[in-house]
Write a protein that binds this ligand. Structure first.
Ligand SMILES: C[S@@+](CC[C@H](N)C(=O)[O-])C[C@H]1O[C@@H](n2cnc3c(N)ncnc32)[C@H](O)[C@@H]1O
Length: 196
């Protein structure tokens, strides 16, 4: 990673932590992933050579920038979906600052609606980091958005176990996925869609 991107990510992470401590209004919190989760996502993108990446829950774009930096190596692109006007404005400004904007498509939409589009082509990697009570309802369309051999990564699997319990049970009960819970950051639940 180049020094200027590293400095920007450090700045954004520190901003997020200070902001989230100072704000009690959830809609104003950044709720960013941890830096070690960013490294892990970068490793996963490279491990499976992911080119088409979908992120659900952009916030101010901290995790998106980790993914966008990773797709520089794979020649890919990150589509990230966010419904908050406020967060969208922050993310857009951060993408411009990073020099990675050309690797990112920022979609201003409810993720449930986005996933339901019949014409949506499946992705190599989907990073799910949004409102957790929606995940079970999204599963039928989310599943279709992951290609065979593709990977789903779900944040907060250990920090909010009760909130993701039903979703994780649903994915684990699907024999077309291989799953694992990884104790990195806030806990990353991985589900690999079996090839073929
Ligand atoms: C945990 S934050 C994302 C943090 C970000 N991934 C990061 O690590 O920098 C969750 C985000 O999902 C957004 N969100 C919640 N429900 C959504 C929905 N139905 N569609 C799109 N975005 C949604 C929220 O506005 C919030 O910005």
């Amino acid at each position: 990673m180049d020094q200027s991107l590293h400095a920007l990510l450090t700045e954004l992470y520190e901003f997020g932590r200070a902001n989230d401590t100072a704000n009690s209004d959830r809609s104003r919190k950044m709720l960013n992933i941890t830096p070690d989760t960013g490294e892990f996502l970068e490793l996963l993108v490279n491990a499976i050579g992911a080119e088409r990446i979908l992120e659900i829950g952009t916030s101010n774009g901290y995790s998106t920038l980790w993914l966008a930096n990773a797709v520089r190596a794979t020649g890919g692109r990150v589509t990230t979906v966010e419904m908050s006007d406020y967060k969208l404005g922050l993310a857009r400004a951060n993408f411009l600052r990073s020099g990675l904007a050309s690797f990112i498509e920022l979609v201003h939409r409810d993720a449930g609606d986005y996933l339901k589009q019949p014409s949506l082509s499946p992705f190599d990697l989907v990073f799910l980091d949004s409102e957790r009570d929606q995940y079970v309802g999204w599963w039928p369309s989310l599943k279709k958005a992951i290609r065979a051999g593709g990977l789903l990564v779900v944040d907060n699997a250990l920090s909010h176990p009760l909130e993701v319990r039903d979703f994780i049970a649903l994915v684990r009960s699907d024999s077309s996925f291989l799953t694992s819970l990884v104790p990195i950051g806030n806990g990353e639940f991985l589900a690999l869609r079996r090839a073929g």
